[in-house]
Design a binder for this molecule. Structure first.
Ligand SMILES: Nc1ncnc2c1ncn2[C@@H]1O[C@H](COP(=O)(O)OP(=O)(O)OP(=O)(O)O)[C@@H](O)[C@H]1O
Ligand SMILES: [Mg+2]
Length: 142
């Protein structure tokens, strides 16, 4: 596990880019941490490093966004499960649509889907972000 402190959004994006360099097609990255801790910011840096062009924003009207990437990882998806009450009420393919052998998936607020992700057999990298006063954040990666 690594634990680093960042002092700006761009420093957190840079950590996302560093993690991106270690990812393989099919990987799932879960992101935990309070509102505004920087999860989406981290994903933006990672997505950029994987060749996603254009804005990377928080999913609002859908649970996720899907972006074309470049290289062995062909697609980057970004899910935010914050508003999802329970997966059992949902279409079973809801998550599956955002996962795949050529995809890297980033999942904010993953708790509700932990079991499904396990069942789908995806190896998860875990990122935890915490507020550390002002613009400081602690970023833990395992
Ligand atoms: N060190 C830092 N790292 C990341 N973001 C920072 C940092 N300092 C300030 N910020 C700001 O904090 C905000 C983080 O917002 P972001 O959407 O990334 O959080 P989030 O964890 O995804 O929140 P949510 O749970 O609402 O989706 C941004 O406005 C960003 O510019
Ligand atoms: Mg977010």
């Amino acid at each position: 596990m690594t634990r680093q402190e960042t002092r700006s959004a761009s420093e957190t994006e840079a950590l996302g880019a560093e993690l991106a360099a270690t990812l393989q097609p099919g990987d799932v990255v879960s992101l935990s941490g309070d509102l505004g801790a920087g999860k989406t910011t981290f994903v933006r840096g990672a997505a950029r490093a994987l060749g996603v062009s254009g804005p990377v924003t928080s999913p609002t009207f859908t649970i996720g966004h899907s972006y074309a990437a470049s290289g062995a990882i062909k697609r980057v998806t970004h899910l935010d499960l914050y508003r999802l009450g329970s997966l059992s009420d949902e279409d079973p393919d809801l998550l599956a649509d955002y996962l795949g052998p050529d995809t890297v998936a980033f999942i904010e607020w993953p708790a509700i889907a932990e079991r499904e992700l396990e069942l789908l057999g995806r190896s998860a990298r875990r990122v935890t972000l915490s507020h550390a006063g002002g613009d400081s954040r602690v970023v833990e990666i395992q």
